[in-house]
Write a protein that binds this ligand. Structure first.
Ligand code: ASP
Ligand code: MG
Length: 410
């Protein structure tokens, strides 16, 4: 929704679906750049602070971007000869908790929307916002209109939630790193969560969690196709994020390669190996609200062991500080070292549940490239390694090739 022209385009597309007999609810985000502009204004007026009072007003300000969008889209639809009505979050209402700037949806009353749909109207609802129990306007966090759309789709038990965005789907990995990366026609919710949380930032992660929990199939597709492409073709385009049993059998063992450069590694060398040591180290880290991702503890020698873990890179200095000043005095005898220049590369696929040897193929591939693995972690559908950041692209490229991801599986 970048310009009046683009809005007319969206209206034409929606009108096409509506005329084909589909009941449509549309959840637009703000016009491009608008939320940044609004929050920028707020910061010009009051450059600092994060008090609940201030956050409340940020939501009041930021939520207006979507309010303009829904009104514009509704009149554009009317101009197409389609009956349309727009609502802000509080009018539906979409109820949320009171965590300003990162509120969570608690419930959606679908009465009014259903009545409009039954009366043949297209309903346009603001993304990104809701209302708390005290009638304060809240927002759901940046990118939150994806989550709004899925929540509305769940409440209405929609057949599918179509997310139109600036990419044409979910890829086997980032095409900027591997030009041969291929668009997946379908992927399971669980795989998407692994891919998204590891850096394929196509959707707000929470929307995928929501869709999985409430079983709403969602499709990521391009908003840049001509509005008048054939509906059947459009309905099959992009990537369908859906139930595992519906993911097409074209599925390979590995669906994609994800990577994350935002982590840093921290090690405690020579800690006494005794019961409670992991808790003594990670307890204070958790108390400081620092998220820990990968953890390894080595075999002990002479009563000592090495303990390593990763945290977000932004928390690197704070964690080192904490270990030196809080943990070491109580644990005693160890040395703290760290490396902020690492990255995590993961292979993801539900096929890994039923195939053996997938992880070892990954290790073999990295070894053939001379890439040293510093840490390994696995789950049922993913294997991740921590390696030196400078090998990230090489690792992703060679794994993409080793698992034949550039070709559609037969
Ligand atoms: N307009 C909001 C944002 O820019 C929500 C969204 O775009 O999904 O974060
Ligand atoms: Mg968005």
């Amino acid at each position: 929704m970048g310009s009046p022209e683009r809005i007319r385009n969206v209206a034409k597309r929606v009108a096409k679906w509506s005329r084909a007999g589909h009941q449509m609810v549309v959840v637009p985000s703000a016009m491009s750049g608008e939320t940044n502009r609004l929050l920028g204004l707020a910061r010009e007026v009051s450059p600092s602070g994060s008090s609940p009072e201030l956050l409340r007003e940020l939501d009041m300000i930021a939520s207006t971007g979507e309010q303009v969008s829904v009104g514009l889209l509704a009149i554009a639809l009317q101009a197409e000869g389609i009956q349309a009505v727009s609502y802000a979050g509080w009018q539906v209402p979409i109820k949320t908790d009171s965590a300003f700037t990162k509120a969570r949806i608690q419930s959606i009353d679908d009465q009014r929307v259903r009545a409009d749909l039954a009366a043949g109207k297209v309903v346009v609802i603001t993304g990104f916002q809701g209302v708390d129990e005290h009638n304060n306007i809240t927002t759901l966090g940046r990118g939150g209109s994806d989550t709004s759309a899925v929540a509305v789709a769940a409440a209405l038990k929609a057949d599918e939630c179509l997310i139109y965005t600036d990419v044409d789907g979910v890829y086997t990995t980032d095409p900027r790193i591997v030009p041969e990366a291929r668009r997946l026609s379908s992927i399971s919710f669980e795989e998407m969560l692994e891919m998204a949380s590891l850096g394929s930032k196509v959707l707000q992660i929470r929307s995928v969690e929501f869709a999985g929990k409430y079983r709403v199939p969602m499709r990521v597709l391009s908003s840049f196709t001509p509005w008048d492409i054939d509906i059947a073709e459009e309905a099959q385009s992009g990537t369908l994020i859906t139930f595992e049993e519906d993911v097409k059998m074209e599925q390979a063992v590995v669906s994609g390669i994800a990577f994350n450069r935002d982590e840093a590694k921290i090690s405690l060398i020579g800690v006494p190996d005794r019961p409670g040591i992991a808790f003594q180290i990670l307890g204070p880290v958790a108390e400081a609200n620092i998220d820990v991702d990968v953890i390894i503890q080595n075999m002990s020698h002479d009563g000592k062991t090495d303990f390593s873990f990763t945290v977000h890179r932004n928390e690197y200095a704070r964690t080192i500080d904490l270990l030196q000043n809080v943990v070491l005095p109580s644990v005693g005898g160890a040395q703290v070292s760290g490396d902020p220049k690492i990255c995590k590369v993961s292979i993801v696929g539900i096929g890994m549940r039923s195939h053996v040897g997938v992880a070892s193929k990954m290790f073999g591939t990295l070894s053939a490239e001379g890439i040293n693995i510093q840490m390994i972690t696995t789950s049922e559908i993913k294997t991740s390694v921590v390696i030196d950041e400078k090998y990230m692209e090489l690792a992703v490229r060679s794994l993409h090739k080793a698992f034949d991801l550039e070709q559609a599986p037969v």
